[in-house]
Design a binder for this molecule. Structure first.
Ligand code: 48H
Length: 247
């Protein structure tokens, strides 16, 4: 027999058990695009308590759409980060190409398989700052925010926070009010420079707060790179490795 109340009980108790055991974590990653998912997978595979907060229902960020909705992604560097999670990469004309849908879905499942928690439909609307250090994230239902409801948020304490919110660079904009360096905004496209810059500018920009992926580009004022994704994956790897050294 199938009982409606049992289905409800299972869903609600499972969600609440998960959130209650993750009120204090090692790393809070904001945004489930390619950089955030890669960072989460690596951190979780080293036994760290990691949660990704994604405002949309579907994680994956800007990778699903490949280039202009042609579901193909191009890489020059970093294909090993796809191949090690089972994505088929093919060499063509000096580049590597992969199916955007295969790559995005495997990045999501690999992060979850490694032990990262993924809270979707959940927007990070602010950060916790104590004694000049970022100490966690302030979360709310995306739906509540989009409807403009006056609903106070909840908080998750984290030793480190990663802004992997892509072009929005959302978290970083919150620390401007603390007097930190302002976000410069991404520059016009220059694929080669953008790919290099996405790794170079992946760093801790305020105690406890790292930028990765397109958020690192936007923060630093570096050029965008278009639908080439190696820099995003390598940025995720770099932020995970930098944080691992400190945990
Ligand atoms: C929770 C949030 C919030 C918030 C945003 O855009 P993304 O795919 O991010 P990256 O940096 O991993 O990858 C960028 C890449 O997809 C891209 O756009 C490229 C390479 N562009 C080049 C170019 O020239 O245009 O994912 C960011 C995710 C999204 O899923 C957002 O919904 C989510 O972050 N997000 N989640 N709280 N406040 N803000």
């Amino acid at each position: 027999m199938i009982k409606e109340k049992e289905i409800t009980k299972l869903i609600v108790s499972e969600y609440f058990d998960s959130i209650l055991s993750n009120i204090e974590i090692d790393v809070a990653i904001v945004g489930a695009g390619p950089s955030g998912l890669t960072a989460a997978r690596i951190l979780a595979s080293h036994g760290k308590k990691v949660a990704i907060f994604e405002s949309r229902v579907a994680p994956g960020g800007g990778m699903w759409g490949g280039g202009m909705l042609y579901p193909v992604i191009v890489l020059k560097e970093g294909r090993e980060l796809l191949e090690e999670i089972g994505v088929k990469c093919r060499q063509k004309n000096g580049y590597y190409i992969a199916n955007a849908i295969e790559a995005t879905s495997k990045l999501i499942s690999a992060a979850i398989d490694a032990g990262a928690l993924l809270y979707n439909g959940t927007t990070v609307e602010d950060i916790i700052v104590k004694n000049d250090r970022v100490a966690g994230v302030v979360i709310n239902w995306t739906a509540a925010l989009q409807l403009g409801l006056l609903v106070d948020p909840l908080s998750i304490e984290a030793k480190f926070v990663v802004d992997a919110t892509g072009h929005e660079c959302y978290v970083v904009r919150k620390i401007e009010k603390l007097g930190a360096k302002k976000m410069q905004g991404e520059k016009a496209m220059w694929a080669e420079m953008g790919e290099k810059a996405s790794i170079e500018h992946t760093k801790e920009i305020y105690p406890g707060l790292y930028v990765a992926g397109m958020a690192a580009i936007a923060y630093a004022g570096a050029p965008r790179m278009g639908p080439i994704f190696g820099g995003m994956l390598l940025s995720g790897k770099k932020v995970a490795e930098d944080i691992l050294k400190k945990l």
